[in-house]
Design a protein around this ligand. Structure first.
Ligand SMILES: Nc1ncnc2c1ncn2[C@@H]1O[C@H](COP(=O)(O)OP(=O)(O)O)[C@@H](O)[C@H]1O
Ligand SMILES: [Mg+2]
Length: 338
C-alpha cells in the first residue's frame, strides 16, 4: 500500500466512524477496522443499505455478521423503525412459528393471550435472521411466502396482515452445501442471496487485531473502572500470531478477562490465556482455585455454545449436562448470549 492509499484508508475510516456515531449518537454500531477489505465491504453495505434488497452475510462465528446487519439497518431509510433479530438456532423449533408470525389467543394450549410476532414488530423496519441455516424446512416455505406476498397470518388465524420488512440473513454454514443436500430451499436461498457479503475471519485481517484490542481495552477499562497503560510487547505479538477461532467475539472476551485478572500497568501475555487456558505464575494475580475454575468454566461453556450456534439444547448435550443446569450456569457466570 502506498502512503497516499494509507492516508485515504485513514480518512475513510474516520468518516465511517463519525457517520455511525452521528447516526446513533453512541458507539454501538461503530465498526473498528483498518482493513482495506472491510472498508470495501462497508462501502458496498452502505450503498446496498439505501435499497430494500436482501443482504446475506456469510462468515465464521464472531466475525461481525450481526454488527454489519445492524449497520445495513442504521444506514437505511428504515433506521427509525425497529431492527428485529431472530436467532433461528436459539429458538426451539416448536416456538419459531409463533415467534415469527404471532398467535391468537387459544391458538394452542399455552397461548393464553394473543401475541405479536417478530415480522409485525419489524414492520417498516428490518428483520434479521441470524443463523438462517438452522431454519427448519417447513418455516423456510412460510418465510418465502412472506417475501413474495408481503403478508402474514398469525398462528390460529386466517386474517391476513400486510407487513413491510427488509430482510437480512446471516449464517456461518455453507448454505450452498445445505441447498445441495436438500436442507435449505433453493428458491429461498436465491431470494436471500441478492447481495452476499463475506466477512473474512480475524486471522485473515491481522491489521485489525491491535486496533480492536485497544478498542475493547478502552471499553472494559471504563466498565471495570480500572486503568491500564496498554499491552506488553509479548501480549501484542501473541495476539498477532494467535488464530482467533472465535474471531472478534473471542478477542473481546480475552481482553475482558485480562482486564479482570491483570494487576500490572500493562496487560501481559499471561493475562490473555491464549491457546486454551494457561495458569502460569503471575505475581499479584488472583491465583485461587475458585477463580481459576470460574475462568475455565466460563471460557469452555462459551466455546461450546459458540460451536453449537448458541443452541442451548445442543450445547447441553455436548457438555453432557441438563439443559436447565446449563441455563443456570449461563446466568451465574454472566455469559452473554448474542
Ligand atoms: N469490526 C468490529 N468493530 C467493533 N466490534 C466488533 C467488530 N466486529 C465484531 N465486533 C463485535 O464482536 C462481537 C461479535 O460480533 P457479531 O457481529 O456478533 O459476530 P457474528 O454475528 O459474526 O457471530 C459483537 O459484540 C460485535 O459488536
Ligand atoms: Mg451473530
Amino acid at each position: 500500500m502506498t502512503g497516499t492509499d494509507k492516508l485515504q484508508v485513514k480518512s475513510m475510516e474516520k468518516a465511517y466512524m463519525e457517520k455511525s456515531k452521528s447516526k446513533t449518537g453512541q458507539d454501538r454500531h461503530r465498526i473498528i477496522t483498518k482493513s482495506p477489505v472491510i472498508h470495501e465491504i462497508l462501502d458496498i453495505i452502505d450503498r446496498a443499505a439505501k435499497t430494500d434488497s436482501s443482504v446475506l452475510l456469510l462468515g465464521e462465528s464472531g466475525a461481525g455478521k450481526g454488527l454489519f446487519a445492524e449497520r445495513v439497518h442504521v444506514q437505511s431509510r428504515r433506521k427509525d423503525a425497529p431492527f428485529i433479530t431472530v436467532n433461528c438456532a436459539a429458538i426451539p423449533d416448536g416456538l419459531l412459528e409463533s415467534e415469527l408470525f404471532g398467535h391468537v389467543k387459544g391458538a394452542f394450549t399455552s397461548a393464553v393471550s394473543a401475541r405479536q410476532g417478530r415480522f409485525e414488530m419489524a414492520d417498516n423496519g428490518t428483520i434479521f435472521f441470524d443463523e438462517i441455516g438452522d431454519l427448519p424446512l417447513a418455516l423456510q416455505a412460510k418465510i418465502l411466502r412472506v417475501i413474495q406476498e408481503k403478508k402474514i397470518e398469525k398462528v390460529g388465524s386466517d386474517v391476513t396482515v400486510n407487513v413491510n420488512v427488509r430482510i437480512i440473513a446471516a449464517t456461518n454454514k455453507d448454505i450452498e452445501a445445505l441447498v445441495q443436500k436438500g436442507l435449505f430451499r433453493e428458491d429461498l436461498y436465491y431470494r436471500l442471496n441478492v447481495l452476499p457479503v463475506y466477512i473474512p475471519p480475524l486471522r485473515e485481517r491481522t491489521e485489525d487485531i491491535h486496533e480492536l484490542a485497544y478498542f475493547f481495552l478502552e471499553n472494559f477499562m471504563q466498565k471495570a473502572k480500572k486503568h491500564f497503560e496498554g499491552f506488553s510487547r509479548d501480549a501484542l505479538s501473541a495476539m498477532l500470531s494467535y488464530s482467533w477461532p472465535g474471531n472478534v467475539r473471542e478477542l473481546a472476551n480475552v481482553i475482558e478477562r485480562a482486564c479482570i485478572i491483570c494487576r500490572d500497568k500493562f496487560i501481559g501475555y499471561d493475562d490473555l490465556f491464549l491457546n486454551s487456558v494457561r495458569f502460569e505464575k503471575k505475581e499479584g494475580a488472583d491465583r485461587n482455585l475458585k477463580t481459576a475454575i470460574c475462568i475455565f468454566k466460563t471460557g469452555f461453556i462459551r466455546q461450546v455454545l459458540e460451536e453449537n450456534n448458541w443452541n442451548q439444547t445442543e450445547a447441553a448435550k455436548a457438555l453432557a449436562i441438563q439443559r436447565t443446569y446449563l441455563s443456570r450456569l449461563i446466568k451465574e457466570l454472566k455469559i452473554e448470549i448474542p
